[in-house]
Design a protein around this ligand. Structure first.
Ligand SMILES: Cc1ncc(COP(=O)(O)O)c(C=O)c1O
Length: 397
């Protein structure tokens, strides 16, 4: 339960909430003051004593990223790597795995797959001759688990799907997919970029081998940060695509040792202030609790869907049995970009999603461009009413 005092606290921890209605949390959310302060403090320290010296003094704050991410996902610290974004995290495991694919071997994915991932499948298919198969949706618009099962054969080498797509409220049945992947012993890679931070994501319950997440969206961390979870028993299945002197140790003219744990996917140089900020952001969310966060986000999103569905000339577009905090909709006779601009002038921030992000889904539904309003726990019911009133005003112009 998200008590009124907690709502007051999280809003006062994010002072800009009082003069901005931010519903673009699936693009980039607002950082709590503690995150901003931690990033600024580290940059200040770097400017005062030097970057390496500042890092030496920050080991506890650096470690917070690994401990808080492990607590959040229900895994070990050694199964977490810091990355500069979700794409880098996903690429770090996908490409290392995919280079050993042979002609005719199969990657199974789903209709709501994120563009960068699908481009990677096509790229690897071109390089190796492997094949990409798309599991159809069921009658609710989510990945059809039965169809997935029936498509698995001896050539299937990877199941790789997006948990929550960038462009709408769908939550794919990640746990059901994990049960199937385990039963058939097929490696399972999950893009959790939009789910981590708004849903209670537990890697053990889901049963994925690897999972990528980003900092700036629902986790409310700094831009240019992200992370990777990789199961300790899956690291050999997903060998790192690249190595450097942090992810490996150079022993002799002809030998090197890959670093232990998920650090083997990291680079030596990284954004230390960003890493510290993301650790603080995850710790902040852990202290609220992900059961509470998920409940609040889903409740607000459900209310927004109802309000929008009751308006004339508005179509709510979300698919799936369980729906996330991302509310997607379109207006009759008005473009998504026009609405975004109109609302922006009123300090109401929502997003636009185009066919370029989730092409398969958009093509099958004949969508070109839609609006997405993504709620977070710090949003209020009153803000949703203001959004809906502004949409009515816009539709009447
Ligand atoms: C589902 C999904 N996967 C991956 C990404 C890429 O994340 P990043 O920009 O942090 O690399 C996004 C970004 O919007 C996304 O929505």
């Amino acid at each position: 339960m998200f008590e009124p005092t907690l709502l007051e606290k999280v809003r006062s921890d994010t002072p800009v909430c009082s003069n901005l209605i931010h519903l673009h949390n699936c693009g980039a959310s607002l950082m709590p003051s503690a995150v901003v302060d931690a990033v600024k403090a580290h940059i200040d320290l770097e400017s005062q004593i030097g970057g390496y010296e500042a890092e030496d003094l920050a080991s506890d704050r650096i470690n917070l990223f690994y401990t808080s991410a492990a607590t959040m996902l229900g895994c070990q610290e050694s199964e977490i790597a810091f990355m500069e974004n979700a794409t880098a995290a996903w690429n770090a495991v996908f490409y290392g795995f995919a280079r050993s694919l042979n002609p005719g071997e199969k990657i199974l994915t789903a209709k709501a797959e994120y563009a960068s991932n699908f481009i990677a499948y096509l790229h690897v298919a071109r390089l190796t001759g492997c094949e990409v198969s798309v599991v159809p949706d069921d009658e609710n618009g989510q990945l059809d688990a039965k169809a997935l099962e029936s498509m698995i054969d001896s050539k299937t080498k990877l199941i790789s799907i997006t948990h929550v797509p960038t462009s709408g409220g769908l939550v794919n049945p990640a746990q059901q997919v994990g049960q199937i992947a385990r039963r058939f012993r097929i490696p399972y890679l999950l893009d959790a970029c939009q789910s981590v931070g708004q849903l209670n994501v537990n890697v053990d319950a889901i049963g994925c081998d690897a999972l990528s997440f980003t900092g700036r969206k629902f986790l409310r961390g700094p831009r240019g940060t992200g992370g990777l979870y990789i199961n300790k028993d899956s690291m050999d299945i997903f060998p790192p695509m690249t190595l450097d002197l942090h992810s490996a140790k150079w022993d002799s003219l002809s030998s090197y040792q890959v670093s232990g744990g998920a650090k083997r996917y990291e680079n030596w140089e990284n954004n230390v202030a960003g890493l510290i900020g993301l650790g603080v952001a995850i710790d902040y969310a852990n202290s609220i609790g992900f059961d509470r966060i998920e409940q609040r986000v889903l409740c607000l999103a459900g209310q927004l869907r109802e309000k929008l569905a009751s308006l004339d000339r508005v179509d709510v577009l979300d698919l799936g049995l369980m729906k996330s905090g991302i509310v997607s909709f379109s207006l009759h006779h008005k473009t998504a970009a026009e609405l975004c601009m109109f609302l922006g002038a009123k300090k109401i921030q929502i997003g636009v999603s185009g066919i370029g992000s989730t092409r398969l889904d958009f093509e099958s539904r004949q969508l070109k461009s839609i609006n997405r309003a993504a709620v977070h726990y710090f949003n209020t019911e009153a803000e949703l009413d203001i959004l809906c009133e502004a949409i009515i005003e816009f539709c009447n112009t």
